[in-house]
Structure formats: C-alpha cells, structure tokens
Ligand binder design. Structure first.
Ligand SMILES: [Mn+2]
Length: 164
C-alpha cells in the first residue's frame, strides 16, 4: 500500500501538551490534524508545533470559538462526520451519533468528549474516538490518539495508539 495521506486525530487536549509534545518528537509529520474539540485555544499552538493544518470542531468548553459544531469531509473514498459529541449525549451511547452520521451520508463518525478511545464498526459506520491525549479516563489511563493512513485507492486504515 502506498500511503497518500497521513492524518493525526486527537481530542480533548485541554491546554496540556506534555504528551502531545512527546508524540511530536516521535512520529512522522502528518499531512493533517483533526481535533475533536476541547479546547479551541489549543488550535494555534498545535498548528505551530506540527506545522500543519488543524481542522477542529467546537467542544462543550469552547465558547464563542467560531469553530463549527460539526462537519463532514471526504477521506479517500469515505465520508467522515466529525463532532465533539456532547450534542449527541455520547456518554449514554452512540445511538444518536450513529443516526446523525448516517443522515449525513457518512460511513465514519469521529468524536471526542468521553476521553475514552473507541474504534468500533456499527451498522456500516466506523465509530472512532481518539480518547484524550492529555487527560485520559479509560481504565489504564493511557494517553491515546488515532493514526490514520489513506492509500492511493482511497482506502484507509486507522488505529488507536498510545503515547508512552
Ligand atoms: Mn468535552
């Protein structure tokens, strides 16, 4: 597979950059960073650190940020729906998020907010949450992100990775 595009997916950085900086020192340069919200003030810093665009949605702690609450984008042959997730009550499951992603014609739904990583196919939609690289809440509390690579055929592979 020849990689055409590398996307770093992160969320809920909440002004804490220790693990993000560590990650920056060890990974190859992404072509794009997707940030699933919280907090908007981190966008400029991350953009400067990685020297690449950071596309971001508004989190529940991002007041008057001017960021979109959600958007869709093409990733290779796929359509991804991005939102922080608080508007879809993701703490109580992914039903509402899934319904909205389908309505938007997406086969990938990327969200944050829970600070718990997830990679799970459900009814034709791949649900992805990078967790929080700064303040993880899942058991074991590993500092996680998602690394995604898109190939020349428009297919992607994505996996949850840990910053040690
Ligand atoms: Mn949040």
């Amino acid at each position: 597979m020849s990689v055409k595009k590398k996307i770093l997916i992160i969320s809920d950085t909440h002004r804490q950059f220790t693990y993000l900086e560590r990650l920056h020192e060890t990974i190859e340069k992404p072509d794009l960073i997707l940030h699933l919200g919280d907090v908007a003030r981190d966008q400029d810093y991350i953009q400067a650190l990685f020297e690449c665009d950071v596309d971001m949605v508004e989190g529940n702690n991002d007041f008057f940020s001017g960021l979109p609450g959600e958007f869709t984008m093409h990733i290779g042959n796929h359509v991804a729906f991005l939102t922080h997730g608080h508007g879809y009550s993701v703490y109580n499951g992914t039903d509402r998020l899934l319904r909205r992603a389908k309505a938007m014609g997406a086969d990938i739904a990327i969200f944050g907010h829970t600070h718990c990583p997830m990679m799970e196919p459900r009814e034709g939609v791949m649900l992805m949450n990078p967790g929080s690289i700064s303040s993880p809440r899942q058991s074991g509390r590993q500092h996680t992100y998602i690394w995604m690579e898109v190939d020349e055929n428009g297919e992607y592979r994505a996996d949850i990775r840990v910053v040690e």
